[in-house]
Design a protein around this ligand. Structure first.
Ligand code: TRP
Ligand code: SF4
Length: 400
């Protein structure tokens, strides 16, 4: 119903690795060409688990953003910003915390899971419990209708939808809603106003979905409406109150097939990563020493690519003739593992050359990154402030 908008955030964890690239960033790069996109460094989220050690967060944020740029996230197409530089996220988080049932947060599946997984940390904090609510504020404050996330984050997007519904239901019926809606209809101009009434009646009285669709299309075309009036008219058309917060949809990101050097998921905590801009020498070493099919003890032992993490790299990086060469050579012991790894090394190096090149200007002059982010923060903040005006208004806090 509103303009389409994509929003996604990433926790700063320092230098990114190939898992991030194939799992998240490639998708962002694709999306930025299709929709207006907002991508942010979720620095407050880092504090929900690392509150006892905040010192590294800032450096991690800058490193991460350079890696985004290196991967092809383009500041001319997407808005790049830092969560804590848009303090409106915190205000929305606070206001929503007043009407968020505690049980909803306790029942978010990641709550207990993460507490158990990170049992070396004391996560019985208010901030950790509220983490999905903070994420909801991140999303709702931009009225983003598309949120690309991995499967693990889906419950949070669902939680956000429920919260938006609860909020709209609770505060959407501003005093004098009907009168304000009728005033707004007049602003459509007499011809449009008549059509709007007609479409609304069709939907409200006869449940005619086409009436609803036509009404929405009419509002989309009406250029001269203020944001507030537009929302009122959407709400009035649908029979709900005023739609203040937009229910987002998740864009499920396919799980990355990028394994780590040991065949497990690539993850910093497993120490099995290849960085996005890995130095050539260490890249060579990492791949040369990476695990292969354990059955190939000697060069003359045949192997099975299906049992070898190197094969997963060939699936991502190699063309068909190369893959056939691997399969045959491995099963017949016709090639050695080092030989087999060379095309992977070459392909990763080539992919990274492009990233290195894109990153270089930012490494030479870090003020470029700062100014990209400063611009992004300004843009994001304008959007966030607009939503906050509506939210305060709806909650009776506008003091005008
Ligand atoms: N919680 C997400 C993660 O850990 C990061 C995140 C924070 C996010 N806020 C968001 C993702 C808003 C999408 C939208 O990966
Ligand atoms: Fe793995 Fe290639 Fe060695 Fe076969 S030849 S075990 S696929 S590295």
């Amino acid at each position: 119903m509103f303009a389409e908008r994509v929003l996604s955030g990433m926790r700063p964890t320092g230098r990114l690795h190939l898992g991030h690239y194939h799992g998240v960033l490639k998708n962002w790069v694709k999306l930025q060409a299709e929709y207006p996109c907002l991508f942010f460094a979720a620095d407050w989220h880092a504090l929900t688990t690392d509150y006892d050690n905040p010192k590294g967060i800032e450096a991690s944020v800058w490193e991460m953003i350079v890696d985004w740029l290196a991967a092809g996230v383009d500041p001319a197409q997407a808005t790049i910003f830092i969560q804590s530089r848009v303090p409106e996220h915190a205000e929305l988080h606070l206001l929503m915390s007043m009407m968020t049932p505690q049980g909803w947060l306790e029942r978010v599946p990641t709550y207990k899971d993460q507490q158990e997984k990170l049992s070396h940390k004391d996560l019985s904090t208010y901030g950790f419990l509220g983490y999905p609510l903070l994420m909801s504020a991140d999303i709702l404050i931009y009225r983003a209708d598309k949120v690309p996330v991995g499967e693990d984050q889906l419950p949070h997007v669902e939680f956000t939808r429920e919260l938006a519904r609860r909020f709209n239901h609770m505060y959407g019926r501003e005093p004098g809603f009907e009168e304000k809606a009728k005033e707004a209809i007049k602003k459509l101009g007499s011809k449009r106003a008549k059509l709007y009434d007609e479409f609304r009646t069709r939907f409200q009285q006869n449940g005619d979905e086409e009436g609803l669709a036509l009404g929405k299309a009419l509002l989309e075309e009406a250029q001269n409406l203020s944001m507030g009036d537009r929302e009122r008219l959407y709400g009035y058309l649908e029979g709900s109150g005023k739609m203040i917060l937009v229910e987002p949809g998740a864009l499920l990101t396919e799980a990355s097939r990028m394994p780590g050097l040991d065949g497990q998921k690539m993850s910093k905590s497993y120490g099995n990563t290849i960085f996005l801009r890995e130095e050539a020498e260490s890249l060579n070493k990492k791949i040369r020493t990476m695990q292969t099919d354990p059955a190939r003890v000697r060069r003359t032992d045949p192997g099975d690519p299906e049992k070898c993490p190197v094969w997963q790299f060939h699936v991502i990086y190699s063309d068909e003739p190369t893959r056939n060469w691997v399969t045959q050579g491995c099963k017949s012991a016709g090639i050695g593992c080092i030989e087999c790894k060379q095309p992977v090394i070459d392909a990763v190096l080539k992919e990274q050359d492009a990233m290195r090149e894109r990153a270089q200007p930012y490494l030479d002059d870090p003020s470029l990154v700062k100014s990209i982010v400063a611009d992004g923060c300004d843009k994001a903040r304008k959007l966030a402030q607009e939503t906050m005006r509506e939210v305060r208004d709806a909650m009776g806090l506008s003091y005008s």
